[in-house]
Design a protein around this ligand. Structure first.
Ligand SMILES: [Zn+2]
Ligand SMILES: [Zn+2]
Length: 185
């Protein structure tokens, strides 16, 4: 039996993304899709997002992620009538203090070493994302200004050094970093 969407029961194809996650795509290729799908040597359907550096190759076909076309999803995320503003948040009494769009270049960005002996102080932050945000990102759209918002911030950890994994203190900050970026080259 062909795989079906658990929500709308339309046929889908399960692919495995480069991150190892499962992504459901619509079975038929669609030139407006943003998932490049191919079958690897083991017969597994694989998918990835074509980029300027790695554009679509001859053995890949563009498909739409099913989440972009799923009627069950559209019902859930349909805009309330009379609202042209593409947001699903209920009207807020106060506008959020910060609204930081995610710079595309920062997504999965490789961290740059500030130099040997230099600490790389970081804070790890965890943000909650909603179905609508995920759908927009899957469609390659702007996830909207609320993604990195105080409202969505769940927890932070740090400040600590990414390289030597020591928590920040004046004492540690005045000493040379003994860590590395984890790449022994
Ligand atoms: Zn569906
Ligand atoms: Zn350090």
């Amino acid at each position: 039996m062909a795989p079906q969407c658990p929500d709308c029961h339309k046929p889908i194809r399960w692919t495995r993304t480069e991150a190892g996650r499962r992504l459901a795509v619509d079975p038929d290729p669609d030139p407006t899709g943003n998932a490049a799908v191919w079958r690897d040597g083991n017969g597994t359907l694989r998918s990835r997002r074509p980029t300027a550096d790695l554009p679509l190759t001859g053995w890949e076909r563009l498909h739409l992620p099913h989440i972009a076309t799923c009627p069950a999803r559209q019902e859930q995320t349909a805009l309330p009538p009379g609202r042209s503003h593409p947001t699903l948040r209920p009207p807020q009494k106060e506008e959020p203090v910060t609204s930081t769009p995610v710079p595309q270049s920062k997504i999965n960005a490789t961290l740059a070493d500030p130099g040997k002996g230099e600490h790389l102080w970081i804070i790890l932050a965890m943000y909650k994302v909603g179905d609508d945000t995920i759908r927009r990102m899957n469609n390659g759209e702007d996830p909207g200004p609320t993604l990195l918002d105080h409202e969505n911030l769940l927890t932070t950890e740090g400040v600590g050094c990414f390289k030597c994994e020591q928590p920040y203190s004046k004492f540690i900050a005045h000493r040379k970093c003994t860590g590395s970026m984890g790449d022994p080259s």
